[in-house]
Write a protein that binds this ligand. Structure first.
Ligand code: NAD
Length: 376
């Protein structure tokens, strides 16, 4: 009997529980058909946790997240909790998870499924087959650097300060994640900064290069200024394999790349922390979208972003590349058959509900199974 994977599922608010229910079915399918063993615990986060316990994340749930091999989260938030004090807002639960788990590397794939290429605002031939991975540093840089604040000046005006700061260790650990991921893909990394105008950017460039030269000589590394990268992403996005960049530039470039792909309902993400002595890394997986209160409870939500986040969980927390590939292929095949949830509906396509999309993914997994068995 294989050791059970210890997972914490936090469905959260709005469409979170609906899309997570479809992941559960995929996990059950893998358990039944691939002999995988999942020990799944469910917890509350966000508004759901506030309603039950008066806090968006209890210490018990936080402790469970620290103990889990991986955490999968749906989404948090909604108008019901908008008037709460800042410290009690649903988002605080998610921020605490990210902070206490020290998740320093944010992985945002931008993948265009062939069948959805026409939904992009860019020309189809520019984006068809696009597959970029953006690795964003998540716990350092200008969002956290000191000194920071707003001060009053003697002449009565004010001064606002934020500090962009990175150390060698912070740069190396996120660059290492990018290089390791590139080894499983096309072996190419573009490191992005503004070393022409920022000393922290120059350090970033030098340290990424030094790590590559000492430990990753097989990686094809190049460097690009962030403003040029923003342009290249819309001019010729397929030139990129893996992009690694800091917190601020990564925030913008990952959203820009996401928009190349068409819909929020399709975008997964992962946030990784440090590895422990056993090689286990803290990790949180979640769709990029929010809790979509406008469509919650109506069977309209697209579960693919969360199902694809689960595929990332299998790939990055458990090195289950075959199973992750299957889920991604199943999603592509469903789309190729013109089955769509409302958010990605196109003329001539058939609309399916949230659970209808889950059904379709399971059918495609069934279809992939004998083929893979034959391949041996
Ligand atoms: P949103 O992502 O929830 O929704 C934006 C639009 O996209 C809506 O029209 C929604 O219906 C649609 N949409 C999003 N996901 C979809 C899916 N899977 N299938 C079909 N349609 C989908 O963003 P918002 O409306 O700005 O925020 C709603 C709530 O979610 C707010 O409380 C916000 O704070 C919260 N939020 C949470 C997260 C998170 O949990 N990580 C991220 C963003 C927003």
């Amino acid at each position: 009997m294989p050791k059970a994977m210890n997972l914490l599922f936090l469905p959260g608010d709005g469409i979170g529980p609906e899309v997570m229910a479809e992941v559960r079915r995929v996990a059950d399918w893998l358990a039944a058909n691939r002999g995988l063993s999942f020990a799944i615990t469910h917890g509350l986060v966000g508004g759901a946790s506030y309603d039950a316990h008066g806090t968006p994340l209890t210490d018990d749930t936080m402790a469970q997240a620290m103990d889990a091999d991986a955490v999968l989260l749906g989404a948090v938030g909604g108008p019901k909790w908008d008037s709460l004090d800042f410290s009690l807002k649903p988002e605080r639960g998610l921020l605490r998870l990210r902070k206490d788990m020290d998740l320093f590397a944010n992985l945002r794939p931008a993948v265009v499924f062939e069948a959805l290429a026409e939904a992009s605002t860019l020309k189809t031939d520019l984006v068809a087959g696009l597959d970029i991975m953006i690795v964003r540093e998540l716990t350092g840089g200008v969002y956290f650097g000191e000194p920071r604040g707003i001060e009053s000046l003697p002449d009565g005006s004010r001064r606002g300060v934020n500090t962009q700061v990175y150390t060698t260790a912070e740069i190396h650990r996120v660059a290492r994640v990018a290089f390791d991921i590139a080894r499983r893909r096309g072996n190419r990394v573009v490191s992005v900064e503004k070393s022409n105008v920022m000393e922290s950017g120059l350090l970033w460039r030098q340290e990424v290069q030094a790590l590559r030269d000492s430990e990753y000589t097989d990686i094809d590394l190049s460097h690009m200024y962030a403003d040029n990268c923003a342009m290249q992403l819309v001019r010729n996005p397929k030139q990129f394999d893996v992009i690694v960049t800091d917190n601020l530039f990564g925030d913008m470039l990952s959203d820009e790349a996401a928009m190349l792909t068409g819909s929020l309902g399709m975008l997964p993400s992962a946030s990784l922390g440090k590895g422990d002595a056993n090689g286990r890394r803290r990790a949180l997986y979640e769709p990029v979208h929010g809790s979509a209160p406008d469509i919650a409870g109506q069977g309209l939500a697209n579960p693919l972003a969360t199902i694809l986040s689960f595929a990332m969980l299998l790939r990055y927390s458990f090195a289950l590349g075959v199973e992750a590939d299957w889920i991604e292929q199943a999603a592509a095949r469903v789309l190729a058959k013109n089955l769509r949830t409302a958010d990605i509906l196109q003329p001539g396509a058939t609309q399916v509900s949230t659970s209808g999309m889950g059904d379709a993914v399971l059918l495609e997994l069934d279809a992939l199974r004998p083929r893979a068995a034959k391949q041996g």
